[in-house]
Design a protein around this ligand. Sequence first.
Ligand SMILES: [Zn+2]
Length: 90
Amino acid sequence: MKESIKMIKQVRTKNNSFSTVKYDKDGNILTPSRIKELAKARRKDSSGEKWVKITTQFYGTCCVCNSRILIGAPVLWNKKSKQTKHGKCP
Ligand SMILES: [Zn+2]
């Protein structure tokens, strides 16, 4: 998270106190919710769990329940690990 913060500014608020404003490398203000969002996106990336909804064109085996996946069945396919699993295991 630290590397995305390029600039930190102290600004005076209406009630005469100081507030810290952080900017990312693109000059966008990093609000607490934005920081949370970025952290969430990063966690998603690092997990490598990218399941794509596809329809099978050949027989496969579900990596969760180990049963046969029929041709034409809607399944989830992991691009990274090349695994296939049922959208909903029977
Ligand atoms: Zn299954």
